[in-house]
Design a protein. Sequence first.
Length: 370
Amino acid sequence: MMKKFLIVGDFLTGSGLTGVIFNIFPEVTKNYEVTAVGYGSEKTNKIIDKCNKLHWKLIRTPMVTKNPIKHWKFWHSFFKKNNFDIIYFNYSSSWNFLPVYFAKKYTKGKVIVHSHNTYYGHTFSNKVLMKCLNKLNDYGRKMMRKYSDGKVATSKMAAEWMFGSDKKVLISKNGVDLNKFKYDGIARKNIRNKYNIATDDILVGFAGVLQDRKDPLFVLKVFNSYHQLNKKSKLVIIGNGYLKDKIKNEISKLKLVNDVILINYTDVIQQWYSAMDVLLFPSEYEGLPLVLIEAQASNLKILTSSNIPDEVFVTQNISKINNKDCNLWLKKLNSIFCNSKPESRALIDPNLIVFSKDNQIKQISNVITR
């Protein structure tokens, strides 16, 4: 009889956390019977289809942000009825620690917690609620340390965010198939032809979930300023999320309808990296963003906020900007293309080997079996 493996994650299309799961766990769990539990809400069938292809059983929990009592009752009942050999939680913060506690109390499985972020996935505008959430999160760190048999984090910042001062945490950098994201001149030509992007147009890009923490509206603001200086420029925004309608309204207001392309999350994001000339990434916080690893593999120029873990800055193509001053971003963006000769993007920088998919598969496999 095969051993049983439970993978807990958001399981959302376009989520970096979900990207890590699908990059790594098909190899890690190939000798297990796998159940996947998603705590995110997904309207499409893309995740179900992926799980079906992998022969993973996918279950969705009630949303903890909408009905926490129902969510925790689900987990209490789930672990009382089901046993697993390995239980692997992929989390962004520690306040929702009860599922980890229930796993430890009601099963005999090895419980592993993997921290993927450095701040909350969901926040409140109410200061009192945020104060309560912070206190709960502080308590949750203690619970995560106490009830997890294995601790993993995407970066040192993510480790501190989830586990506090605990030093017994494996820092496992997000792994990708680097060759998949290697620059592709044919893909660049095809994408640009399809979307009427001229050969000499500068294509600015954004890729990520359309949420406040990713700040796609700031990208639009910077692009609008740049477009005033260079009409031979276009912007592509790739992703889904609650800000989409607001972004569409802003595009119309700025009269950029013919210059901004909106693309839903796509499984061929690597082709878009090849088509782009620069990627803007003004995220408020991140664990270790896959987008920046993938884009560096494509030798794409990147401008990012300063709120990104240092581990991701491994090539000369990525630049950090210390605040959200639009003029600073505009100046840096303009400098990339002024008086500069086109550089070859054909080779993958050898420094990116630290983000090899195979490296992370070995690390996670070791955590599970030791």
